[in-house]
Design a protein around this ligand. Sequence first.
Ligand SMILES: *Cc1c(COP(=O)(O)O)cnc(C)c1O
Length: 454
Amino acid sequence: MSKQTGSKWIEQDSAHCLHPFTNFKALNNKGSRVITRAEGVYIYDEDDNKILDGMAGLWCVNMGYNCQPLIEAATNQLQELPYYNLFFQTTHPPAVELSTLLAEVAPEGMNHVFFTGSGSECNDTVVRMVRHYWASLGQPNKQTIISRHNAYHGSTMAGASLGGMAFMHAQGGLPLPNIVHIDQPYHFGEGQGRDANEFGLERAQQLEAKILELGEDNVAAFIAEPIQGAGGVIIPPDSYWPEIQRICDKYEVLLIVDEVICGFGRTGEWFASQTFNIKPDLMCMAKGITSGYLPLGGVMVRDHVAQVLTDADTEFAHGFTYSGHPAACAVAIANIKEMQKHNIVNRVREDIAPYFASRWSELLAHPMVAEARTKGLVGAIELVKNKATNERFDKELDVGTKCREHCFAAGIVLRAVGDTMICSPPLIITREEIDEFIDKAKIALDNTLADVSQ
Ligand SMILES: *Cc1c(COP(=O)(O)O)cnc(C)c1O
């Protein structure tokens, strides 16, 4: 793509703004895409191109752009009490109301929440919280947290350490001590030719092997996303989660489920823990909790965890200035109420996700697409050079990135993880909008194929 020029935004952006997960030089040579407004499932760039946002921003704008009750909730709260904190034995109505509402929609037995400002902060919080939990029970050696290669748990030091992104660990000397990783249940990528459930079971049993290797008295917790998001929408085989649950129960290892993407209806239940029948001890939430309108995260904990932390009768020496920010909490309350009012979770499960699944699976007919998978409203397709053998394209061709550019040109947003194309559209997307999305995805795939065949 040629360099985008001619707007003051692009010039000043290059001059002053450093972007997340970005090669600064490459971006400065090319110029950013400037998004100026949005409505429903569509974003608009400064040339007024209308683009269907198949990623809901960054997996967060579940209720779509321009959801008036959310905007009003923020505005009213900013008038009433724009800021106060939960430190030093104070509280405020939005934090109280939201924690009560969360207890209502969370899985049975999860009735307590520690607020943060983001998903990363949730994951920093759980590291300290589970270690404090075990120390409070007189087991200070239960320190190590087991995670998975290619997991994503955020970008702070603990978040990136829990994450299993090798390219992130390579910068800044990560992971932190006492955080270790096992292999992921990525059947297409790492289990070719194997029975999916047998493969899933084997990957889950790596957890047991790791616990035995470290000694169960040294293992505090296992952390995982129900479906890996940033890793490439990796939906584990059915055998995976029951086995993980069995192992955590057997060895008294706390189960931390990172619901930052999957929470708030994405998989057709309030939380994917319900979809996969997982019983987490701690649960990280962010993104969809406010539909992204304001930054907010929360760690939800099961009653027995809260009880131990309470019985410890010492200060949990942890917290953020914006833990439970009133305006962010007000938006989250409005977001949950809006979801309840419009029955969004049922609508996803019963209606729109099945429709999306059937239309998404049509992409499998394309000569480059070797697998098309969905769960709820997340989806992935695997691009390959040869469908008979599932041989991948040469890495240097960067086919995924090319495809992403063709998607933008066709008027949709898809994200590339290597040569896996992924999507996570707003939960309010309609059948007509899904039709448009799939039709444009087909055009983008055709153009990508033409591009790489040259
Ligand atoms: C995005 C994400 C995070 C990090 O959240 P931030 O709000 O960006 O800090 C953590 N875990 C998962 C699963 C995520 O997708």
